[in-house]
Design a protein around this ligand. Structure first.
Ligand SMILES: Cc1cc2nc3c(=O)[nH]c(=O)nc-3n(C[C@H](O)[C@H](O)[C@H](O)COP(=O)(O)OP(=O)(O)OC[C@H]3O[C@@H](n4cnc5c(N)ncnc54)[C@H](O)[C@@H]3O)c2cc1C
Length: 460
């Protein structure tokens, strides 16, 4: 789109100098953490709801695509303006508007960083549980739009379970509230839940009321290694069916373990096997009891079993788990990890099957694959590697990722458990949802008749 003097003039009336069409700046907004690319025509930096509303009204009148961006840490291209137009950088709307501890909730603007919110809540004895691995960077707006989660969701749920009300700018610039500060309401459609996970395709979130919860008093960590990933998967299923709900349940398969050991041989991890980290929390007594139960369930299946002896040892083990992303490069320096097929999920009892099938796919396409992630909620992160300079390896990679996505759907699961659909997985929406996808199209048409909000996403 050539720069339009009328639009520039109108945008400057709303935002002053917070409008850019400089090519270098446009380039900075042309990607997120995925492989998807798309250049915007205008970068806009609103600071309040009124400005967002006026920008969107202008876009509506002139039929210009609007893509919202939080921190750009998304792994599905959601914040990438694949159809050009306006990019709204929400990072300037980063105020914690209200700490309402009496009602056990907070009101925040969408640009607030997840970790910053928890830093403020910690001294008050509370926390906001959804914790993506990117929590040091990602925004609450991006988390709501993707229904992000992370390690703790196995016990505490996803972002969806913490949102009570959203202030939203609709496609024509109108501003609505979707809920209230109430714990419950039986009056009408639940627009809050509709907006969560809608990836900026139905409205722009300008404020959110979030439930918070008390910090647990104690955490305990059990580390178990198994002779195969299937055995590890079985131990997870048995643990949950025994009645324990861990506060985190993470898998590091043997390849992940190997690269972590290569990265730092001194890491406090088992020497062999496929590893599961079970964390439990609660009071000293309840956490102790739950940890003992996990040890008992795993004892017949595991090669090795260890209860972390101190807070410090537990912190070291979690630090090792967090290194997995960085350590991946040690697998083979000639290959790069590509984020495709990386976020599938299946119902709990299908976990062993998924692990087995992913291994077979990796062998069939002759691609190394690391498997790690939030196995306790059925979510497996598959890391596939290729030499990016070899076109033939890209072809095999795409075919393997396609098979992984289809396998997850066949097992009754999802192509994305937490990273979202964006511009990366839209082709599977029909297959996963069947006729329900048509209902999604109708909703999109009703709320965004001109199709200006984040076009090219969600397979819509
Ligand atoms: C190292 C790493 C680890 C990660 N670990 C996890 C993990 O454990 N769990 C997990 O769930 N994700 C994870 N992610 C993915 C990502 O960080 C999360 O999805 C995060 O919530 C995205 O937030 P963001 O602010 O970066 O959003 P962006 O990437 O900027 O945007 C994400 C989507 O939200 C939309 N959006 C943003 N703000 C708004 C708004 N105000 N109104 C409407 N729509 C909006 C965008 O248009 C886009 O569709 C990880 C990413 C990285 C790089």
């Amino acid at each position: 789109m050539p720069v339009n003097a009328y639009l520039i003039d109108e945008l400057r009336k709303i935002l002053g100098e917070r409008v850019s069409v400089s090519p270098s700046e446009l380039y900075c907004y042309s990607s997120d953490a995925s492989q998807i690319r798309g250049l915007p025509d205008y970068v806009l930096r609103p600071l309040n709801t009124e400005e967002v509303s006026r920008i969107v009204r202008l876009a509506y009148e002139n039929e210009i695509p609007v893509t919202v961006r939080g921190a750009g840490t998304g792994l599905a291209g959601g914040a990438v303006p694949v159809k050009g137009g306006f990019v709204l950088d929400m990072s300037g709307m980063d105020r914690i508007v209200e700490l309402d501890i009496d009602d056990i909730q907070v009101v925040v603007e969408p640009g607030v960083i997840q970790d910053k919110l928890n830093e403020v809540l910690k001294p008050l004895g509370f926390f906001f549980p959804p914790n993506p691995g990117s929590s040091a960077m990602c925004t609450i707006g991006g988390m709501i739009a993707y229904n992000a989660s992370g390690m703790r969701c196995v016990k505490y749920g996803t972002t969806r379970h913490y949102v009570r009300d959203l202030e939203v700018v609709l496609a024509d610039g109108r501003v609505i509230h979707t809920g209230s500060k109430m714990l419950k309401s039986a009056a009408g459609y639940d627009l809050t839940q509709l907006l969560i996970g809608s990836e900026g395709t139905l409205g722009i979130i300008t404020q959110a009321s979030l439930k918070i919860v008390p910090l647990p008093k104690t955490r305990k960590l059990v580390m178990a290694a198994f002779e195969s990933a299937e055995f590890a998967g079985k131990a997870v299923v048995k643990t949950f069916s025994s009645g324990v709900v861990p506060s985190a349940c993470e898998i590091l398969d043997r390849t992940s373990l190997k690269v972590l050991k290569r990265y730092d041989p001194k890491l406090v991890l088992p020497s062999e096997g496929d590893v599961i980290l079970f964390e439990v929390d609660g009071t000293e007594n309840s956490a102790q009891e739950a940890a003992a139960q996990v040890m008992e369930v795993c004892s017949g299946l595991a090669l090795s079993l260890k209860l972390a002896e101190s807070e410090a040892e537990m912190a070291q083990i979690w630090a090792a788990r967090r290194l997995v992303g960085a350590a991946i490069s040690r697998l083979d320096p000639t290959k790069s990890r590509i984020y495709v097929g990386e976020d599938v999920g299946v119902p709990m009892k299908q976990i062993p099957k998924l692990l087995e099938k992913v291994q077979l796919i990796s062998e069939e396409f002759d691609l190394p694959a690391m498997k790690y992630g939030h196995i306790g909620d059925g979510n497996l992160h598959v890391a596939l590697f290729i030499d990016v300079l070899k076109e033939e390896e890209w072809t095999r990679l795409k075919a393997a990722a396609d098979k992984i996505h289809r396998t997850a759907i066949e097992l009754g699961g999802t192509v994305s458990s937490e990273h979202g659909v964006g511009a990366a997985r839209g082709q599977y929406m029909e297959l996963q949802w069947g006729p329900a996808f048509e209902v999604m199209r109708v909703i999109k048409k009703a709320l965004d008749p001109k199709g200006i909000l984040n076009p090219g996403k969600l397979g819509l």
